[in-house]
Design a protein. Sequence first.
Length: 78
Amino acid sequence: METFAARLAEVRRVRLMTQGELANAAGVSAATITRLENVVDTLPHVGTVKRLAAALDVNPAWLLWGEEAPTLMGKLAA
């Protein structure tokens, strides 16, 4: 998975969550989830990434950058 959008959509599906369920769990709108999964060049605010990562039980840096995560983004998980 090369993009944030692809990682977000894939992990949501693996967790058997609808966009609405993820939106509720992360405290964002369903429209936000739809936009983030469909607009490849869009990145959310850091707070949104933290909420999405927590709701999906994944590392925020992985969600943003996949396996190529810069080391300084490990601070997001704290």
